[in-house]
Design a protein around this ligand. Structure first.
Ligand code: ATP
Ligand code: MG
Length: 113
C-alpha cells in the first residue's frame, strides 16, 4: 500500500476529487495547507508600484491510500486533473504504508481500503 500525498491548486480540488470518484477511488482526506515551492511564493507589484512577495500560498493537500497496483493510476488521474501547465501546479509525494485497518470490522490490508 502507498499513501499518495498531492499538494495541488485549491481551484483544481473539486476536479481532482470528481475524477478520482469516476475511477472508483472514494476514500480520501483533504486539508487546506499553506506552503511554498521552488519559486518561494510569488512577487507582486502593488498599486503604488512597490513590490512585495507573498511567501506562502494556500494549497489543498489530498491524501489517498491505495493498493500498490493502483498507485500509478491514481497519480495519473491527479496529474491530469490538477495540471494547468503554469508554475505552482503542485507536487505529489508517494509514501509506503505498512497496513490499514477498518475499525468497524477489524479487516486489515488491501481489503480495508
Ligand atoms: N519539497 C517540498 N516539500 C514539501 N512540500 C512541497 C515541496 N515543494 C513544494 N511543496 C508544496 O507544494 C506546493 C506547490 O509547489 P509548486 O507547485 O510551486 O512546486 P515547484 O517545485 O515550485 O514546481 P513549479 O516550478 O511547477 O511551481 C507548495 O506550495 C508546497 O505546499
Ligand atoms: Mg513553484
Amino acid at each position: 500500500m502507498n499513501k499518495i500525498e498531492a499538494i495541488i491548486r485549491p481551484e483544481r480540488l473539486s476536479m481532482v476529487v470528481s475524477s478520482l470518484a469516476e475511477e472508483g477511488f472514494h476514500g480520501l482526506n483533504i486539508t487546506q495547507v499553506t506552503g511554498r515551492g521552488e519559486q518561494r511564493g510569488i512577487a507582486h507589484v502593488g498599486r503604488a508600484g512597490q513590490s512585495y512577495v507573498v511567501d506562502m500560498l494556500p494549497k489543498s493537500k489530498l491524501e489517498v491510500v491505495v493498493k500498490d497496483g493502483d498507485t500509478q493510476r491514481v497519480i495519473d488521474i491527479i496529474v491530469a486533473a490538477a495540471r494547468t501547465g503554469q508554475v505552482g501546479d503542485g507536487k505529489i509525494f508517494v509514501l509506503p504504508v505498512s497496513n490499514a485497518i477498518r475499525v468497524r470490522t477489524g479487516e486489515a490490508g488491501d481489503i480495508a481500503l
